[in-house]
Write a protein that binds this ligand. Structure first.
Ligand SMILES: *Cc1c(COP(=O)(O)O)cnc(C)c1O
Length: 346
């Protein structure tokens, strides 16, 4: 890995961050008259902790990472993805390399930041070829985006190939583990110390059932997290989101039960979909969704919409020709989907 000073944009490396009242004062106060807050309407009258120390102290043991290795974003993973660009990529000069197909936000964030985006196709069965990916890297490549388990394909990437990317690239490798709670495969989150150039993304939106609170996580070396903290908006996780996140950590056994129920449903739903006469292939998955190929996915998609059922049409995505991405729902939701699909005659 190159020195962080070489990878981070020069203006960011030398940035003097905004210093807010709650950053400067750390002790126990009797009276808070430093931030022009309103004395009424407690507790929402107060600015939240800019570094979310309490929430991070609860997340750290659950995720098996140190507090200093955690960044939290109140805009979901999208915030961390955007920060990766803003921290590392000089617009119109630098570029990023990513697997294709994958999560659409990596490209959108590249476009909004005016940074080159270089997609490299996975194999026909959605496997990662590290050498092929690394061949797309040039001297202006700052980031590589990997997603494992990958969206929309569902599969976890081969651990040895991901390691090869991490060791073979001197910039930053982002490994998005948004769906890792549904997977048995080894995690990169718990191996941060082995890979100084890794940023692992997690989210409260999927297994934790909290897409509505927009709480995203990034795990990386303390040096990288410190740069993220310098660039983020000062109060980037609001009080309501932080409180709900704290509550959810206390409900983590319930979350495990949800994951188990979804995994059990996943087996039966995938089996049933594979039996449909117009289903050509169901792809193996490590996530709470799966990709399936049909004789005419767009027609099937439109039919399901008329039945009030919405799945994701991925027909126009690279390597996903005539595929739908189906989220595993509750037993009842899955039954309604299957009943509608069994009625369908193509
Ligand atoms: C759903 C998803 C996320 C979560 O995004 P949030 O902004 O945290 O809701 C992140 N990465 C991938 C690949 C996803 O599919």
């Amino acid at each position: 890995m190159k020195d962080l000073a070489e990878l981070v944009r020069p203006n960011i490396w030398s940035l003097a961050p905004y210093s807010c009242a709650r950053n400067e004062f750390q002790g126990v106060a009797r009276v808070l008259l430093d931030a022009n807050e309103n004395p009424y309407n407690s507790p929402l009258n107060r600015y939240p902790d800019p570094l979310q120390r309490h929430l991070k102290s609860l997340i750290a043991p659950v995720k098996g990472v140190d507090v200093d290795n955690i960044f939290l974003g109140g805009g979901g993973s999208d915030e961390a993805i955007d920060l990766c660009y803003r921290v590392f990529c000089v617009p119109r000069v630098d570029n990023v390399v990513a697997i294709e197909p994958t999560y659409g936000m990596y490209r959108v964030a590249a476009d909004t930041n005016d940074v080159g985006y270089r997609p490299v196709n996975l194999s026909e069965d959605y496997a990662l070829d590290a050498d092929k990916l690394l061949a797309a890297v040039d001297e202006h490549t700052k980031l590589i985006f990997l997603c494992s388990p990958n969206n929309p394909t569902g599969n976890a990437l081969d651990d040895a190939e991901v390691q090869k990317v991490l060791r073979g690239f001197d910039g930053i490798v982002v490994v998005d583990e948004a769906y890792s709670d549904f997977s048995e495969k080894p995690l990169f989150r718990t191996r941060l110390s082995q890979f100084p150039n890794i940023i692992v993304l997690n989210t409260f939106s999927k297994a934790w059932g909290c897409a509505g609170i927009r709480l995203g996580m990034a795990f990386a070396s303390k040096e990288i997290i410190d740069v993220f903290n310098k660039v983020k908006y000062p109060y980037n996780v609001n009080t309501l989101t932080a409180e709900k996140g704290e509550e959810m950590i206390g409900r983590r056994y319930e979350v495990s039960k949800w994951v188990s129920m979804i995994l059990a449903e996943r087996v039966s739903l995938m089996d049933a979909v594979a039996q449909l006469p117009y289903c050509k292939k169901v792809y193996p998955t490590d996530a709470n969704f799966f990709l399936a190929r049909f004789t005419d996915a767009t027609k099937l998609y439109s039919y399901l919409v008329t039945e009030g059922i919405v799945v994701r049409n991925r027909s126009n995505v690279t390597l996903c020709d005539s595929c739908l991405r189906i989220t595993v729902g509750s037993r009842n939701e899955n039954s309604l989907l299957l009943a509608a699909m069994r009625k369908y005659r193509g």
